[in-house]
Ligand binder design. Structure first.
Ligand code: GAP
Length: 513
């Protein structure tokens, strides 16, 4: 079938696991939640912190010429004028005059996609040269032919999914055509109430002070890197850095996204991990390639399936207002390919824009060549929450053990929130005391868990579900021969080792985690 539009959330099983195990769940739930905001529970915060620590170490510890920064969320409002965000950071939106709902134009196209397909009778086999309408059946000048050609290209790209329309493909012609053909609100159902698309800014606005006077408006940053642009000189001078050098930052960013969804993939509040790399003009191409390779390898180091990763280059006419060249690392989520990280050549756009707007010198003086110039910037920009979704989905597994379904997260031990769990087989016979002493010993080095409640099978399952790589069980044999069982999460293999060697054994298995 041409359209496999599924109504169920393809991430539902992961969402359910995350809630059940307190990893990530809806925020403000007792009040019914706020659109697409999430809280990270005990295990979620550990996973998130592990990922951000790995990113931070990779950037700052592994590169002597990259330093960190933690800049403010609220910046001078002029920043957003200079950066182009006030003018350009917007999405085309359609508004319903009846219910006032705003709908992203590309989302609206997605909703109407099936109807469009039906209209052209492209239900199935449209590409098998059967008797269905083909563009060549229509005259070359006809606007319907142009639309059909675009829809066919779109459908081919989406492999008939019908729901994975990427926003960049919903161009003006399609939006116009869809609105003309199906002017019906997807929210309230009213007919002929939808306006032509208009641009809406994505920045959250608030006011400094209590009066809300004109001129007191400020914005929550929609990207963390602007703080880096503003502070780069003080950082460079105080840390005595010479080009090429980088500044890394992890922090919250806010976007009043009109359409959120796919769990933590697109939310209004999220964490970015950005690094701006300052190079000599003319050296961006080399730096871009270097960072593309390093960033790709980072995902491999998180044990993400390389088959589910790909590069997407932004075409010239779709580049963000600041970018000269842009590449995305995409992951194949169950709802389609989605961007996890962008690597951009921003040229000298930002430094020149801030120099012009502030009147402050934003040049760098190279004391070796005696040259003065605006450094060019290569940026790596990743979303921590999206990276966490990537890691979780990639690690999600279901199998069957002794006729029972088992769910587990095959997380890389570096990311696992708990590295090992220690269990006494039963609550008596001196087993808990031995297990507790092993637990206390391991706790000095890693985040570990002690659990004596419920059957051993249930205790294993609970740990499997949060991705604990090793289970250590103290049983009656331990009393005889001083050994314990180590069970491996993924293979379920079990080995017996000396109880006094558990720490060394786990350390060896974990590498330098
Ligand atoms: N400074 C450049 C910049 O912000 P971007 O492509 O707009 O570039 C970078 O964003 C990354 O931030 C994305 O690849 C994504 O991982 C994350 N991101 C952007 N919007 C997001 C949202 N609404 N929710 C979660 N993550 C988001």
């Amino acid at each position: 079938m041409a359209n496999k539009n599924k109504q169920t959330d393809p991430l539902a099983k992961l969402v359910a696991l995350c809630k059940r195990r307190g990893i990530v769940f809806q925020s403000s739930e007792i009040y019914g939640g706020v659109g697409s905001t999430y809280d990270y529970g005990p295990y979620g915060v550990e996973i998130k912190n592990n990922i951000s620590r790995l990113w931070w170490d990779e950037m700052t510890r592994n590169h002597e010429n990259i330093v960190g920064l933690d800049s403010a969320v609220i910046l001078h409002p002029q920043v957003w004028e200079a950066s182009g965000h006030l003018k350009n950071f917007s999405d085309p939106m359609i508004e319903c005059k009846n219910c006032k709902q705003r709908i992203r134009a590309d989302e609206f196209v997605k909703e109407c996609y099936k109807k469009l397909m039906d209209r052209f009778e492209i239900i199935s086999g449209a590409f098998n040269d059967n008797e269905l309408i083909k563009p060549s059946d229509l005259s070359e000048e006809s606007p319907e032919r142009q639309v059909l050609e675009k829809i066919l290209a779109l459908a081919e790209f989406q492999q008939f999914s019908g729901i994975k329309t990427p926003s960049e493909d919903a161009d003006e012609l399609i939006i116009e055509y869809v609105l003309k053909s199906y002017n019906q609100c997807t929210n309230c159902g009213a007919k002929d109430t939808l306006t032509p698309p208009r641009q809406f800014n994505l920045m959250f606005q608030t006011n400094i002070g209590s009066t809300g006077e004109p001129g007191s408006e400020v914005y929550l940053r929609p990207e963390t890197c602007q703080g880096i642009f503003l502070d780069w000189k003080i950082v460079q001078e105080s840390a005595r850095l010479k080009v090429p050098f980088g500044i890394a930052q992890i922090g919250k960013a806010f976007r009043n996204e009109i359409t959120t969804g796919n769990f933590i993939f697109r939310t209004r509040e999220f964490t970015q991990m950005e690094m701006q790399y300052f190079v000599k003009p003319g050296e961006t191409s080399e730096a871009l390639n270097e960072w593309k390779e390093k960033r790709w390898n980072f995902y491999l180091s998180l044990a993400i399936d390389p088959e589910k990763l790909r590069w997407l280059q932004h075409p010239q006419d779709k580049l963000a207002h600041y970018a000269k060249e842009a590449w995305d690392i995409e992951y194949e989520f169950p709802f389609g390919w989605g961007e996890v990280e962008g690597i951009h050549d921003r040229g000298d756009f930002d430094l020149k824009a801030h120099q012009e707007s502030s009147g402050k010198d934003m040049t760098y003086f190279d004391d070796q060549t005696r040259e003065r110039f605006h450094p060019h910037i290569v940026e790596t920009s990743a979303g921590l929450n999206r990276m966490m979704l990537t890691v979780l989905w990639d690690a999600y597994r279901e199998d069957e053990q002794a006729g029972e379904e088992r769910i587990y997260l095959a997380l890389d031990p570096k990311i696992a929130p708990i590295k090992a769990a220690v269990f006494p087989l039963v609550k008596k016979g001196g087993l808990p005391e031995i297990a507790e002493s092993i637990y206390k010993d391991l706790r000095k080095r890693w985040r570990v868990f002690y659990d004596f409640q419920g059957s051993i099978g249930k205790r294993y399952r609970r740990m499997d579900e949060i991705g604990t790589p090793f289970g250590i069980t103290v049983d009656f044999d331990t009393l005889e021969d001083n050994t314990v069982t180590v069970r491996f999460r993924d293979s379920l293999e079990q080995v017996r080792i000396d109880k006094d060697q558990v720490g060394n054994y786990i350390a060896e298995k974990l590498g330098d985690v």
